[in-house]
Write a protein that binds this ligand. Structure first.
Ligand code: HH2
Length: 266
């Protein structure tokens, strides 16, 4: 999943793709580099981010989403937790909603079901403005697993097709370094819930904590986490730079399978 942030303030690429032509060119680049899905975001969820209203999110999103839906061969997900934004995007034909609030709003599940679209259900503790204020869990892996399972059941009950549900532990969303590492280490627990698991580690601050690198220097750390996530059962990776991540994921997948055919010998 290639990330396309149409925001002025995203933590790693804020302001780079606020111009429509620059955004469309980046989408083409992500596609050429081997992305399978494009994820368009028009509201930053970085820690401390100020929430913008649905109108502003749509003003950023639609001028890029509309031409992309015509030009791109790839499925497009929209990264939003506002149901008004999701409805507008779905009515134009976007294929999935990447809900960083994990379907907390029941209306979101209904809108996605009505459009027969897919959903990424991500775990976030609290809201972006406050989520990194002393995050605490008794058992982060169990709590995230229980939450994702409950929200997935809610998605199915709302009428979203089981084949359209993807789960995501929400790396960095209300989690300290130890929580992020524990969730990645125990990824098989989330995979065992029976839905594809998406992992978003790209350039995140836990990589900076481990390596001492600034955000623009975290590609090597990102690739190591991509390979580890694939080995631990991730079905998808959400990344800003696609070409290198595709190579890392291919190699890790071949090692996981013990064969170059990418078919799991079981
Ligand atoms: N991470 C970010 C945003 N959306 N969605 C999913 N499903 N999983 C993630 O890990 C995830 C996500 C944060 O990254 P980015 O979009 O680059 O930053 P910002 O929120 O500042 O725009």
């Amino acid at each position: 999943m290639g990330v396309l942030n149409l925001t002025p303030d995203s933590f790693s690429d804020g302001g780079r793709f606020t111009d429509v032509d620059a955004a469309l060119e980046q989408a083409r680049r992500l596609e050429q580099e081997g992305a399978d899905i494009l994820d368009l975001g028009a509201q930053s969820t970085r820690p401390g981010a100020v929430e913008v209203g649905a109108r502003q999110e749509l003003e950023r999103l639609l001028p890029v989403l509309e031409p992309l839906l015509e030009q791109s061969q790839l499925p497009i997900s929209v990264d939003t937790n506002q149901v008004e934004v999701a409805r507008e995007a779905l009515s134009r034909g976007c294929h999935a909603i990447n809900d960083t609030c994990g379907l907390r709003d029941a209306a979101m599940a209904e809108a996605i079901a009505e459009a027969q679209a897919g959903v990424v259900i991500m775990h976030m503790r609290g809201a972006p403005r406050t989520m990194q204020d002393a995050p605490y869990y008794d058992d982060v892996v169990s709590e995230v697993a229980v939450y994702l399972e409950k929200q997935a059941e809610g998605a199915l009950a709302a009428g979203i097709s089981a084949s359209g549900v993807v789960l995501d532990p929400g790396i960095g969303f209300g989690k300290r370094l130890a929580h992020n590492l524990s969730l990645l280490h125990h990824l098989p627990r989330l995979v065992a819930l029976g839905f594809p698991v998406l992992v978003g580690t790209s350039r995140k601050s836990f990589l900076g904590e481990l390596t001492g690198r600034r955000v623009e220097e975290r590609e090597a750390g990102t690739l190591a986490s991509v390979a580890a996530a694939v080995l631990l059962g991730a079905a998808g990776l959400r990344v800003h730079r696609v070409a290198e991540a595709v190579d890392a994921a291919r190699v890790a997948a071949a090692i996981r399978c013990g064969s170059a055919s990418q078919e799991d010998p079981g």
